[in-house]
Design a protein around this ligand. Structure first.
Ligand code: EPZ
Length: 417
């Protein structure tokens, strides 16, 4: 099992490109199932979660190959309508194949999905919506059996929470349903817009993506297309945090400023300087960071839950008190216990964490427990005096492509062993 060794307190500098978005690539890969055709997807990051999605596509009988950051997926042949438990458990996003397989074949058999442990992660909103669209769904010992005997039909769906995954599943299923589907209280994340762009290029008819009410007019069929995935806003936020805690100046390429709208104020209040021109961010941070206003994670356009851990790493060194309220997931503070080992002062109870910034962090041996928490441990270790060790890269590799190499390019002393 690979580990990371990080010698902290080195200034970063130089320029890197931000990778393509994992959370855009995954639903788009599932959506290719609708097209019965070849799809060429550019800017897809090399990640274990993406490999897991490719394994699912191949299991279903589709062809999928990678050349650098380009994936070519041909879904003409689809020999199966089920996904085994072992593949479903590899990541949460496997559940997005439900809407795609069901829309294409009229039936689907799969299992409850895996993914990072962030508290309970039910799929009731996905199932309720597909039932409304005409699917009969039975669940038994973790197995989910779906049949749409007369095909799927458009429906008016009101989500009680703007779930990203449920919105994606419904959008995909609705593309080939008879009639029009409306989703009120739909997720508005940039990844939803990217999925809609892809589906519309395939001949789909999705209106208002990125707004609260999505309208999807079902079409007879979709064709393949070529699409370039948007940059990963959470990776950008993580690199900004790394530069912030080390008092560094770096340049990030492939930035979409609007996608960072809720994140940037925290950095600016902490005293960082951000200039963005034509997709290039010039980022610099002061010698000592300042505490920033409460961070309350909420669905987009609010502060993203995925950036909470890396930004908290920054708060551990900021002068003053910063309060975090995690409203999206029930249990997303696993990194806090590891921060304490580095000498940080953080108290977490329930959904609230209070961070008293300290002057210095000190190296330690750290245990990674989830994807964004792992990234936050890397950020904190970059600022800690001495050599820290992170026990595994397995979570990090789900979402950050060659993160050790990217940080080394920026001058960090980080080694994967
Ligand atoms: C997506 O997960 C992302 N994953 C997550 O990124 C991200 O944290 C999350 O959206 C929120 O932004 C991918 O895109 C692959 P949700 P998803 O459905 O779709 C509850 C990362 O680190 N809920 O919006 O699973 C749920 O329990 C990851 O890259 C229900 O109650 O998120 C949670 O509390 C982790 N019933 C909340 O909604 C449902 O049927 C948000 O979940 C569905 C969700």
């Amino acid at each position: 099992m690979a580990r990371l060794l990080i010698e902290g307190c080195k200034k970063l500098g130089g320029e890197v490109r931000v990778q393509g978005s994992k959370n855009s690539t995954l639903p788009i890969l599932a959506a290719t199932v609708l097209t019965k055709d070849e799809n060429v997807l550019h800017n897809c990051p090399c990640l274990t979660d993406i490999d897991a999605a490719l394994r699912i596509l191949r299991y279903l009988g589709c062809k999928a190959s990678r050349s650098g950051h380009t994936l070519v997926v041909n879904t003409k042949e689809l020999t199966g309508d089920s996904i085994p438990d072992s593949l479903m458990r590899e990541m949460r996003s496997s559940i997005i194949f439900l809407g795609a397989i069901l829309a294409r074949t009229g039936r689907a058999r799969l299992y409850f999905p895996g993914g990072c442990e962030l508290g309970p992660r039910p799929i009731d909103l996905h199932m309720d919506a597909l039932r409304k669209m005409g699917a009969e769904i039975t669940e038994c010992h973790g197995e989910i059996n779906c049949v749409a005997r007369k095909g799927l039909r458009g429906a008016a769906i009101a989500l009680s929470f703007p779930s990203v995954g449920a919105t994606e599943n419904i959008m995909i299923a609705a593309c080939l349903a008879k009639g029009t589907t409306t989703i009120t209280n739909a997720a508005r994340e940039p990844e939803i817009e990217d999925l809609a762009d892809y589906l519309n290029k395939c001949g789909g008819c999705i209106h208002n993506a990125g707004e609260g009410t999505l309208v999807i007019e079902g079409v007879e069929s979709l064709h393949g297309t070529s699409h370039s995935i948007i940059p990963d806003r959470i990776v950008a936020a993580t690199l900004m945090s790394a530069a912030a805690v080390t008092g560094s100046q770096i340049v990030l390429r492939d930035i979409i400023p609007a996608h960072l709208g809720a994140i940037m104020p925290a950095f600016e209040e902490a005293g960082c300087n951000i200039n963005i021109k034509e997709g290039v961010m010039d980022f610099s941070s002061p010698q000592r960071l300042k505490a920033f206003r409460n961070v309350r994670t909420t669905p987009y356009p609010g502060f993203p839950t995925d950036a909470q851990a890396p930004v908290m790493a920054m708060a551990t060194l900021a002068k003053g008190t910063t309060v975090f309220v995690e409203t999206v997931f029930e249990s997303r503070y696993k990194h806090v216990g590891e921060f304490l080992r580095l000498g940080a002062q953080v108290k977490a109870e329930g959904r609230v964490a209070v961070v008293e910034g300290v002057q210095n962090l000190y190296s330690s041996s750290l245990q990674a427990q989830d994807l964004r928490g792992s990234a936050a441990l890397v950020v904190a270790a970059l600022a800690a005096q001495g050599k820290s060790e992170i026990n595994t890269t397995k979570y990090l590799e789900r979402g950050y492509e060659d993160f050790d190499v990217v940080l080394s390019t920026l001058g960090a002393e980080i080694k994967k062993i």
